[in-house]
Design a protein around this ligand. Structure first.
Ligand code: PHB
Length: 359
């Protein structure tokens, strides 16, 4: 029988009961100190019928924050809070990995310790506004990380990975997409460095590969995935030759034998794409499982799996509005529509109160 969204699959050591993955979704509803709270447990456990849940993007250190009310994965209290999430998801037969996040320049002093300046590969200010506790405010110019500081960034990923394993996650996803720190190093619209972390494609890929090596040493390659977004212009991003850059990145990741490569195949938030890009060509370079994301529906998801383009499909907005999305797809039931006014921040409303079928 042909493979489809409902076929089981293994991503590294993580056994999925189906190929529908809940994409990472920023929801800004963590408790004090970046500690996941009761409503976060409810939200994730409601969605445990997904083959795999990828947590919301989660800062790996105090300097990695860039939005209000994010959960973290670097303190004991955060680990204890996440443990309640992973235990509840596992009790329902689900699997969950955490997305490890450093926002780089997409932050603001008001979100950082002692009003610190955000850090980035280079000192260039993004266009657009930061989302802060005081509302939308202009971004500031970030500070270029010194060469001597990069080992401490790698160490923060290692610490967060240890925390994630202690919190009971089935694995970790390294967030190298969407214009955050690792993507800021990859793409030459943001990376203007003149040391061995800037310039050539090899140099711009260096930090991601160092982070990957260090995280794999802690977690094991079969528990590590990576997310990239080759042509997503979100967060004022661009690159002069994304096909060459990301073909290289994917090829350089192959020796790690990662659990999966997660690819955002376009521009998020309706942003379109900055450049043409051949995703099937990228996919041919990838020797790990391939997770496709962005605007897939059931038919396109099944087609991508049947054709061999993708092994699994990550669904974002549909999982916000449909905790039982797997059931709805399986019986072709109507979908709840998502209310974008409750995506970021707020209460249980628009978070844990979307109805299940028959409710
Ligand atoms: C967002 O808050 O809009 C957001 C966060 C993380 C991403 C992408 C978008 O990777």
């Amino acid at each position: 029988m042909a493979l489809d969204l409902f076929s089981p699959v293994k991503l590294g050591s993580i056994a999925l009961k189906n190929r529908m993955v809940m994409a990472p979704l920023t929801r800004n509803r963590a408790g004090e100190g970046g500690v996941p709270q009761a409503m976060n447990v409810t939200y994730y456990v409601q969605r445990a019928s997904a083959g795999l849940i990828i947590s919301e993007a989660t800062p790996i250190s105090v300097m990695a924050h860039g939005y209000p009310a994010l959960p973290g994965i670097y303190t004991d209290a955060q680990v204890a809070g996440w443990k309640k999430v992973t235990d509840a998801v596992h009790a329902e037969g689900g699997k969950i990995v955490i997305q490890l996040w450093h926002v780089g320049r997409i932050s603001h002093p008001s979100l950082l310790p002692n009003g610190a300046q955000p850090v980035a590969p280079s000192a260039n200010k993004p266009k657009g506004k930061a989302f802060t506790y005081q509302g939308l405010v202009d971004y500031v110019e970030p500070r270029a990380l010194a060469l001597s500081e990069l080992p401490s960034i790698v160490a923060d990923y290692v610490h967060a990975t240890k925390c994630a394993l202690a919190a009971g996650f089935d694995g970790v996803e390294i967030h190298a997409a969407n214009g955050y720190l690792l993507d800021q190093f990859l793409r030459d619209g943001t990376n203007k460095r003149e040391d061995e972390y800037g310039g050539s494609i090899e140099n711009r890929s260096r930090l991601l590969l160092e982070v990957t090596k260090a995280v794999v040493e802690v977690a094991g390659s079969d528990k590590v995935g990576i997310r990239i977004s080759p042509v997503n212009p979100f967060n004022d991003m661009k690159d002069s030759n994304p096909q060459a850059l990301f073909n290289h990145v994917v090829t350089a990741l192959n020796p790690f034998k990662l659990a999966y490569l997660h690819v955002v195949e376009g521009g998020i938030h309706g942003g379109g794409i900055a450049d043409p890009f051949d995703f099937p060509a990228l996919r041919k370079h990838c020797q790990s499982a391939y997770m496709a994301n962005l605007s897939y529906d059931k038919a396109r998801g099944n087609a991508a799996i049947a054709s061999g383009h993708a092994d699994v499909i990550a669904y974002g907005v549909p999982f916000i509005a449909n905790p039982d999305l797997v059931k709805r797809f399986s019986i072709n039931a109507a979908l709840n529509q998502a209310d974008s006014s409750t995506f970021y921040g707020g209460t249980e409303h628009g978070y844990t109160d979307y109805p299940f079928l028959g409710a």
